[in-house]
Design a protein around this ligand. Structure first.
Ligand SMILES: [Zn+2]
Ligand SMILES: [Zn+2]
Length: 186
């Protein structure tokens, strides 16, 4: 699931405000204390909205989002002014609203243990090389999308012993629900 990290506004507590993007259409309203408002495609145009965040489909780390402009000028994406049209959003993109409030788009999600759903082809675990059977507890790595076993006491392959990363990529393999990236890393 994608998230936005929003710079606090005047009078708000310091620290980035994290918001999960649970609605597929979200208007950006620079004048609002939390400048996001979920909307439906059938809603009348929102006069205060400078742009709309649109989910283009996909799930998990493959979910795709775009920034769709509603009013020309004033909004910056990664330091460049955006006028009209639709721009794809990528992990860590910076959006600056008219008035200067900053926010960062993130597609990171925490690693979670779920029953392996199965696939068209047999899938082998990158740690133990054995096949992952449908229904076995496993983790789909948020960094690379590769599945590994995570069966405590038997095949704890994703978060194996003292390893710090996924067996298939450098993504941290913690399973405490925390995200590894926030704007403070910039
Ligand atoms: Zn394994
Ligand atoms: Zn990985």
């Amino acid at each position: 699931m994608a998230s936005l990290f929003i710079e606090p506004g005047p009078g708000q507590a310091p620290g980035w405000l994290g918001r999960h993007l649970v609605s597929p259409r979200i208007n950006l309203l620079p004048a609002d204390p939390i400048p996001l408002r979920a909307c439906a495609a059938s809603d009348p145009p929102d006069a205060g909205a400078v742009a709309t965040l649109l989910c283009l489909g996909g799930a998990g780390i493959r979910q795709r989002w775009a920034l769709c402009m509603r009013q020309p000028g004033g909004l910056h994406l990664n330091g460049q002014p955006v006028f009209l049209g639709q721009m794809p959003l990528r992990h860590r993109d910076e959006i600056v609203l008219p008035g200067g409030r900053r926010m960062f788009f993130s597609t990171e999600r925490p690693a979670v243990i779920t029953p392996f759903p199965g696939a068209d082809q047999p899938v082998s675990c990158p740690r133990c090389r054995r096949e992952i059977e449908p229904g076995q507890p496993a983790v789909c790595c948020p960094g690379c999308g590769v599945w590994s076993h995570q069966i405590p006491g038997y095949l704890p392959c994703y978060a194996y012993e003292d390893t710090k990363t996924c067996p298939a990529c450098p993504h941290p393999n913690n399973l405490d629900g925390s995200l590894t990236w926030s704007p403070e890393d910039i």
